[in-house]
Design a protein around this ligand. Structure first.
Ligand code: NDP
Length: 467
C-alpha cells in the first residue's frame, strides 16, 4: 500500500499503469488487484488502528452556506406546497400568501406521520429478505443491511388497498398536505438534533470525512456520523429508502384519488396515470435493487445529519409529488404523439439509469467477478479501479444522465402552462450538476493522477458532447 502511495505521488513514473486494458488480458493488474483484495480481507480480520481522518473542503458555501440552506430549504418546501394550491400557480403569483399560523399545525397529521414511520420501521426489522454487505469502512469493518425494501412496498401497497376497500378516505393527504409537511419537518428536525448529539461520542473512524469540520452548524447540516445505528437498526439506510420513498408513492396515489374527486372522474386522467406509474417504477426499481444504494455517495461518504434527514423525510415526499399535486386541479389532456414520446423517453432514461447503476454496483461489490472480466478499467493507487466500460465509457455519471431523461418524462405530462411542474426537472439539473462536482473533487482527492487519466479518457460529464 505504501509503495502504491509513493507511485501515486509520482505521476510521471506512474504513467504506464493507467493504460486502458481488458482486465482478463492483464495478468499484472489482476495480480495487483487480487493482492489489494487480500489486503482488504486482512484488514477485515485485523482491526485497523484508528487513523485521524483527513479534512475535506467545506461544501454548500461553507459555514454560512450551511446556515442559509438550513433556513431556505424548509421555506422553499413551504412555498411550493402553498403555491401549487393556487388556482393560477404562475410565476406572477409567487410567492403565495402565507396562511395563519394555526393552519400549519394539526396533531392528527403528526400522529399519522409517526404511525407511517413506525409501520415502515416494523417492516424494516422483520427478518424477511436478504442481509447485504455494505462497503468496507475506514475502520476495517463491513456492516450488514437488511435489504427487504421490495417486501416493504408490497406490504404497504396491500395495507393501502385494504384501507381503500374499507373506505378510508385517502384524499385526507391532499386536504392536509401542509399539516403533514409541517409534521414531517418537525420529525426530521428532532432526528437531526438527536443525530448531532449522538455523533459527539463517536470515534474518528465512525465520522464522515465531510461533516467533521468542528463547526456546529456546518456539521449539524452536513451530518457527522457516517452510519448511525441503534443496535442493528441503521437510521440512514432506513430513512433513505423507506418512509419518504414509499410515502412518495402513497402521496401520488392519494393525489390520483383527489383528482377523481375534484374533477368528478371515474378514473384518473392519463397524465396522472403516467406520473403515478413512472414514479412508482422509479421507487419500486430502487427498492428491488436496494443493495445498489450501498455503493452510492449518500451511503458511502455523507454523514447522516440535517441535509439527509430533511431530504429523506420532507424534501422527497413533499416536493417530488408536485407533479401529481399539480394535476389534481390542473388537468392536462395528452395527444397520442406526445404520449408516445413521453413513454419512449421514460424507457430510454430508465434503461441508461438502471444499466449504469447496475454496472457500477456489480463492479464495486466484486471487481474480481469472472463475469466482469471483459470490463476495461483504470487502476488507482488505492487498490480500487475505475470503470471505463459500458455506459461509464460514454460519460462520467451516466446514471445521472438516465435520471435526468426520466425527470423530463415526469414533467412533460403536466404540459407547458406553468413552470411549477417543471420545478423537479430544474431542481434536479442543479442537484446533479452540483453532486457531480462534489464527486469530481472527492474522486480527484482519492485517486489523484488516476482520476485525471479517467477524466482524459471519458471527457464528458453527465451529458455527452456538452458538459
Ligand atoms: P454514484 O452512484 O455514481 O456514486 C458516485 C461514486 O461512484 C463515486 O464517489 C465513486 O466512489 C464511484 N465512481 C465514480 N465513477 C466511477 C467509475 N468510473 N468507476 C467506478 N466507480 C466510480 O452517484 P450517486 O450516489 O450520486 O447517485 C446514485 C444514483 O442515485 C444515481 O442514479 C442518481 O441519479 C440517483 N440519485 C437520485 C436522487 C433523487 O433525488 N432522485 C438524488 C441523488 C442521486 P468510489 O470510487 O469511492 O466507489
Amino acid at each position: 500500500m505504501q509503495s502504491a502511495a509513493k507511485e501515486e505521488a509520482d505521476p510521471e513514473k506512474n504513467q504506464g499503469r493507467y493504460n486502458l486494458r481488458r482486465r482478463k488480458d492483464d495478468g499484472d493488474v489482476k495480480e495487483a488487484e487480487a493482492k489489494s483484495e487480500l489486503q482488504e480481507e486482512r484488514v477485515e480480520k485485523v482491526p485497523a488502528a484508528p487513523a485521524a481522518p483527513a479534512p475535506t473542503p467545506l461544501d454548500f458555501g461553507g459555514k454560512i452556506g450551511a446556515f442559509f440552506w438550513m433556513l431556505f430549504l424548509p421555506a422553499w418546501v413551504l412555498f411550493l406546497v402553498l403555491h401549487v394550491d393556487q388556482k393560477d400557480p404562475s410565476l406572477s403569483n409567487f410567492p403565495p400568501a402565507l396562511p395563519s399560523l394555526e393552519t400549519f399545525w394539526d396533531p392528527q397529521a403528526l400522529v399519522f406521520v409517526v404511525l407511517w414511520i413506525l409501520f415502515q420501521a416494523l417492516l424494516y426489522i422483520l427478518p424477511v429478505g436478504k442481509l447485504s454487505d455494505g462497503v468496507l469502512l475506514r475502520s476495517g469493518k463491513r456492516l450488514k443491511y437488511r435489504t427487504n425494501g421490495f417486501f416493504a412496498i408490497v406490504v404497504s401497497a396491500a395495507v393501502v388497498a385494504a384501507a381503500v376497500y374499507q373506505e378510508v378516505d385517502l384524499t385526507y393527504i391532499h386536504s392536509h398536505f401542509l399539516q403533514l409537511t409541517t409534521a414531517s419537518f418537525l420529525i426530521s428536525m428532532m432526528l437531526s438534533i438527536y443525530l448531532y448529539f449522538r455523533s459527539r461520542s463517536t470515534g474518528p473512524d465512525e465520522r464522515a470525512l465531510g461533516g467533521n469540520s468542528g463547526n456546529v452548524i456546518y456539521d449539524f447540516f452536513k451530518g457527522r456520523e457516517l452510519n448511525p445505528r441503534i443496535k442493528e437498526f441503521d437510521l440512514k439506510f432506513f430513512c433513505e429508502m423507506r418512509p419518504g420513498l414509499i410515502g412518495w408513492c402513497l402521496i401520488n396515489f392519494a393525489m390520483a384519488l383527489a383528482e377523481m374527486k375534484q374533477q368528478n372522474l371515474d378514473a384518473p386522467s392519463c397524465s396522472m396515470i403516467l406520473v403515478n406509474i413512472f414514479q412508482l417504477i422509479y421507487v419500486v426499481d430502487g427498492l428491488w435493487n436496494e443493495e445498489a444504494i450501498l455503493t452510492t455517495m449518500d451511503l458511502m461518504h455523507d454523514g447522516f445529519g440535517y441535509m439527509l434527514a430533511f431530504g429523506d423525510l420532507v424534501w422527497v415526499p413533499f416536493t417530488y409529488t408536485l407533479q401529481a399535486r399539480y394535476l389534481v386541479s390542473h388537468p392536462k389532456p395528452l395527444s397520442l404523439p406526445l404520449l408516445a414520446t413521453i413513454i419512449i423517453l421514460k424507457i430510454v432514461g430508465f434503461y441508461i439509469f438502471r444499466k449504469s447503476n447496475s454496472e457500477k454496483n456489480a463492479f464495486r461489490r466484486n471487481p474480481s467477478d469472472p463475469r466482469l472480466s471483459h470490463l476495461k478499467t483504470i487502476p488507482t493507487a488505492t487498490g480500487k479501479s475505475l470503470l471505463v466500460s459500458g455506459w461509464w465509457r460514454v460519460v462520467r455519471h451516466p446514471n445521472y444522465l438516465g435520471d435526468l431523461i426520466m425527470a423530463l418524462a415526469w414533467s412533460l405530462p403536466c404540459g407547458f402552462s406553468h413552470l411549477l411542474p417543471w420545478y423537479y426537472m430544474i431542481y434536479f439539473i442543479i442537484l446533479l450538476v452540483h453532486r457531480d462536482s462534489r464527486d469530481m473533487s472527492e474522486c480527484r482527492r482519492k485517486y489523484g493522477s488516476a482520476w485525471d487519466e479517467y477524466c482524459r479518457t471519458v471527457r464528458y460529464r453527465i451529458i455527452p458532447c456538452v458538459y
